[in-house]
Write a protein that binds this ligand. Structure first.
Ligand code: G
Ligand code: G
Ligand code: MN
Length: 534
């Protein structure tokens, strides 16, 4: 798989992630924020409620302190005063005196109110304290409405008490929690709970009931506030409503930035530029056989790209990408540098061909002539014949200009070949417009050869045509003895293909040239093919 394809797949994932990440963070942040906001509200409600309960307790203890002036007076004398005090002061249901467990006087229960237990509808707590308070589910007079009792007992078993009606607290709680769906539970000591608000239904663990508990620092009063999960959900939605548009914008922005950055990172342009700097390119050379001299007449330079992990990138892919993304000129310059270095080690006869593939874009580039002349200068002392192979994959425009450039380079001693002949769009017009020296027949036509004596009309026509035009002919992609013999029979001078030699790296080429460079192409199967023509 080409490296870019894989990288683009990763890139797509990264882009999606960069879009999803702010959204996820936004959702998480808003959820945390909603929870926090809700808790702040609970704290503030609990404090308000506690301070109200403390204020009521203050007045209850004040009342009890006021009652002490009647310590030694009988109920008959003070009943009227108690009644007035109990009625005129806010909050109170009843106030009175007691002796031991017996209520001796009461503002609300008349002369015979019974015992403390009767009034509280429960046994008094065992506190061991002279002062105590307790929340009650109800009292004798008002059995179904909560209340809070405050008691002060003196060492002589006499005492005073005050009962505050729970209604005040409950109204306060209702007002405080109505809008937010709170459920309050308030207790004085471990008395009966005074509860306001609906019980919240069971909910999912993510949006479970939020519970907050607080204690008064001055009195034994505790408050619990529960907020249903639905309330948390509502708060969350509210925060999201504000933040989500911002998050969405951020999301898109980040995606665009990431895409941009990745685009730059993984374009073939940069990939190729990096690979040039990292010296990942090398050149392979494929020998070309000359039937007339029966020796190796030259070699074609073929660019190779090997990734650091040893994996090769297919040449047709990166050459095509380099052409498409305007990198073919720097890439070819790099190739020329590599070839110039490699050639220094060659020991070949003068006139040995070095084939360089030239892309149309480079041909039309203003620096083309200079690039080629620089290259020629570097290898001058080897007296090689530089062959410009013009690929016609991409159409050559500005034909006249190009023709002039080719003439100029030919006058400098280079030769021009048309590559992959027969596959492009304008092969024949090339023949017309450019001064050419070689014609390389595309391997597709060579593949069509079926027998030595049979006809391969298009191939035959191309060979005849090049003879007529007095062009040297080269057969590309020759893989079998049959193909070789067929071409030789019809006067094709040059042969290139696996049958003669595969492309190889420079070291291998030098060794190969030393061993086979001067050898004629003689092989066992060659004789067989000649002896038994099919
Ligand atoms: O041998 P190979 O599979 O490398 O060739 C694949 C294609 O890439 C061929 O069409 C060949 O012409 C092209 N190619 C190989 N090297 C170069 C080069 O240096 N420049 C250009 N323009 N094309 C090349
Ligand atoms: O520049 P050009 O398109 O001619 O590049 C030649 C290409 O053909 C290179 O990719 C080279 O590896 C490949 N090639 C060389 N000899 C043979 C051969 O005998 N058979 C096949 N199939 N490909 C060959
Ligand atoms: Mn070529």
């Amino acid at each position: 798989m080409p490296p870019l394809k894989r990288k683009r797949d990763y890139a797509r994932i990264i882009i999606v992630l960069s879009g999803v990440l702010p959204l996820l963070l936004g959702i998480m942040f808003t959820a945390i924020d909603a929870r926090h906001t809700l808790q702040q509200q609970q704290i503030s409600a609990a404090n308000t409620l506690l301070s109200q309960a403390e204020k009521m307790s203050d007045s209850a203890w004040d009342m009890i302190t006021w009652l002490r002036q009647y310590h030694y007076q009988s109920c008959d004398n003070i009943e009227g005063k108690l009644q007035r005090a109990g009625t005129l002061n806010a909050y109170f249901r009843a106030i009175g005196k007691l002796e031991g467990q017996k209520i001796t006087c009461s503002s609300a229960y008349g002369l015979n109110p019974g015992t403390l237990s009767d009034m509280m509808q429960r046994a008094p707590p065992v506190t061991g304290k002279a002062w105590w308070s307790l929340s009650l589910a109800g009292t004798a007079g008002v059995p179904n409405r909560p209340a809070v009792i405050f008691v002060r007992q003196l060492p002589d078993t006499k005492g005073f008490w005050a009962i505050i009606d729970g209604q005040y607290l409950m109204d306060f709680m209702s007002a405080l929690g109505e809008a937010r769906g709170y459920r309050f539970t308030m207790r004085f000591n471990d008395g009966a709970p005074i509860v306001v608000g609906k019980e919240s239904p069971p909910s999912s663990s993510l949006f479970n009931t939020q519970r907050y508990q607080a204690q008064s620092s001055r009195y034994p009063i505790s408050v619990t506030i529960e907020t249903p999960g639905a309330e948390l959900m509502r708060a969350w939605r509210q925060v999201m409503f504000i933040f989500l548009p911002m998050t969405a914008i951020l999301s898109v922005l980040l995606m665009v930035l990431t895409a941009n950055w990745l685009q730059r990172r993984i374009s073939w342009r940069d990939e190729i530029r990096r690979a040039i700097n990292a010296r990942q390119f090398s050149v392979h050379y494929q020998p070309v056989y000359n039937n007339n001299t029966q020796t190796c007449g030259g070699a074609e330079a073929l660019l190779r790209w090997t990734l650091p992990n040893g994996e090769p990138v297919r040449p047709d892919i990166f050459i095509g990408a380099a052409e498409a993304e305007g990198m073919i000129v720097p890439l070819t310059r790099h190739l020329l540098d590599l070839v110039a270095d490699d050639v220094q080690e060659w020991e070949v006869a003068p006139g040995f061909h070095i084939g360089i593939n030239v892309a149309a874009e480079h041909l039309q580039h203003p620096a083309f002539i200079q690039d080629m002349l620089n290259f020629a200068e570097k290898i001058k002392h080897k007296q090689l014949l530089i062959t410009l192979e013009l690929t016609e994959r991409s159409l050559i425009k500005e034909g006249e200009d190009v023709a002039k450039k080719l003439d100029r380079l030919r006058s400098e001693g280079m030769v021009v070949a048309i590559d992959d002949f027969g596959t492009g769009h304008c092969s024949l017009s090339y023949l017309q417009n450019f001064a050419l020296d070689y014609l390389k027949i595309d391997r597709g036509f060579i593949n069509a050869i079926e027998s030595l004596s049979g006809e391969t009309p298009v191939l035959d026509a191309i060979i005849t045509l090049s003879h007529k035009l007095q062009l040297e002919v080269l057969g590309e992609g020759v893989e079998t003895a049959l193909q070789y013999l067929y071409l030789r029979q019809r006067g094709v001078t040059f042969i290139q293909g696996y049958y003669y030699a595969s492309p190889m790296e420079n070291g291998a080429l030098i060794a190969w040239l030393a061993e086979y460079g001067q050898q004629p192409l003689h092989r066992e199967e060659l004789h067989d093919a000649q002896l038994h023509p099919s």
